[in-house]
Design a protein around this ligand. Structure first.
Ligand SMILES: Cc1cc2nc3c(=O)[nH]c(=O)nc-3n(C[C@H](O)[C@H](O)[C@H](O)COP(=O)(O)OP(=O)(O)OC[C@H]3O[C@@H](n4cnc5c(N)ncnc54)[C@H](O)[C@@H]3O)c2cc1C
Ligand code: FES
Length: 275
C-alpha cells in the first residue's frame, strides 16, 4: 500500500441522491483531503459483514477543505449497500490510492477533458485543481467534452461551468448536443480547432478511452486516461488488476489508474463479477 494512504473509519457528512441512480457521498477525512491528487481513488468497505467481501474503488470527485467527495452510480450489490449509508455513519476507507493525472506546472491553456458516463467523477477534481493552482500564470480553464447515453446521464455540467470551463455535450441517442460518442465529438473538435490541445485527459468506458487514445495518437497530442479494473486488494498486492502496457504488465491500482495513453496495449477486458 502507498505509504501516504491512510486507513480510517471516516464519518459521512452528507449523502445525497443527485438523480436517478447517481449519489454524492461526502466524507470528513482531512488526512486524505490534504494529500490527494486528481485521478487518485479511495477504496471503501461498503458493509461490516462478509457480503460483498471486497472493498469498492471510487475516484476522488472533489475536495473541499477537509472533505472528500465521491460521486457514484448504483450498479450492483456493493453500490446498492453504499447507497443506504446515512450522515453520521462511519465507513472504513483507504486512500488516497494510485497514481493521478500529471497536471502541468505552467498554464492550463489548451487542455481538453473528455468524460464518458461516470468517468466524469474524477475529472471534476482535475478541473478544480487546474483552475485553482497558485503556480499558474494565466488561469485558462480547460475545455470539457461530456458524453453519456442520453441527456439524463450528463452529470456535473454546472460544476465545470462554475470553474469557467467551456462544456460541450454528446449523447448516444442525440437527446442533447452532439449525437454520437464523446470520442467522435473530440475528433470533430480536433479537426475544427486551429489550436492543438496541449493535453487530453480522459476517463470513461474502456472502448471510449481506446478511441480517445487513437484520436490523440493520430495528431500526436499527449493524452492521459484513467482506467477502471476489477480490483481485489486495491493497493498493489494481488496483481488482480494488471493490464498490458508497452513496459510490461502494470497494476491499475498502483501504477494507475491514470496512464499515458500511448503506453497502454489496448485490448478488450474480460467482463466479470467479483465476489
Ligand atoms: C480506479 C477506479 C475508480 C472508480 N471510480 C468510480 C467513481 O468515481 N464512481 C463510480 O460510480 N464508479 C467508479 N468506479 C467503478 C466502481 O468501483 C464500481 O462501479 C463498483 O465497484 C461496483 O460495485 P458493485 O458491487 O455495485 O457492482 P458489482 O455487483 O460488483 O458489479 C455490477 C456490474 O458492474 C461491473 N463492475 C463492477 N466493478 C467494476 C469495475 N471496477 N470496473 C468495471 N466494471 C465494474 C461488473 O462487471 C458488473 O457488470 C471506479 C473503479 C475503479 C477501478
Ligand atoms: S487490485 Fe490487487 S494489485 Fe491491483
Amino acid at each position: 500500500m502507498s505509504k501516504i494512504a491512510s486507513t480510517r473509519r471516516v464519518p459521512v457528512v452528507s449523502h445525497l441522491r443527485v438523480s436517478g441512480r447517481y449519489y454524492k457521498l461526502v466524507l470528513s477525512w482531512s488526512a486524505a483531503a490534504r494529500r490527494c491528487q486528481p485521478g487518485q481513488f479511495v477504496s471503501v468497505r461498503v458493509q461490516d459483514g462478509l457480503e460483498p467481501l471486497l472493498r469498492r474503488p471510487f475516484g476522488i470527485h472533489r475536495v473541499d477543505g477537509s472533505r472528500v467527495e465521491i460521486l457514484y452510480e448504483v450498479v450492483g450489490v456493493g453500490t446498492r449497500r453504499l447507497s443506504c449509508v446515512r450522515p453520521g455513519d462511519y465507513l472504513d476507507c483507504i486512500g488516497p490510492l494510485g497514481r493521478g493525472f500529471s497536471l502541468p506546472r505552467g498554464t492550463a491553456a489548451g487542455i481538453v477533458i473528455v468524460a464518458g458516463g461516470m468517468g466524469v467523477a474524477p475529472l471534476v477534481f482535475c478541473a478544480q485543481q487546474l483552475v485553482r493552482s497558485k503556480n499558474r500564470k494565466e488561469r485558462v480553464a480547460p475545455l470539457v467534452l461530456l458524453g453519456a447515453r442520453s441527456k439524463k446521464g450528463i452529470l456535473c455540467e454546472r460544476e465545470f461551468k462554475k470553474f469557467g470551463c467551456r462544456v460541450h455535450v454528446a449523447t448516444d441517442d442525440g437527446s442533447r448536443g452532439f449525437r454520437g460518442n464523446v470520442s467522435d465529438l473530440l475528433r470533430q473538435h480536433l479537426a475544427a480547432s486551429e489550436i492543438r490541445p496541449s493535453m487530453v485527459y480522459g476517463c470513461g468506458p474502456y472502448a471510449m478511452l481506446a478511441a480517445v487514445a487513437v484520436a490523440c495518437r493520430e495528431r500526436a497530442i499527449p493524452c492521459e486516461v484513467s482506467l477502471e479494473a476489477h480490483m481485489a486488494c486495491g493497493f498493489g498486492a494481488c496483481l488482480g488488476c494488471a493490464i498490458r502496457t508497452m513496459q510490461g504488465y502494470k497494476r491499475v491500482c498502483a501504477e494507475g489508474p491514470v496512464f499515458s495513453a500511448p503506453d497502454i496495449i489496448w485490448e478488450r477486458p474480460v467482463p466479470g463479477r467479483r465476489p
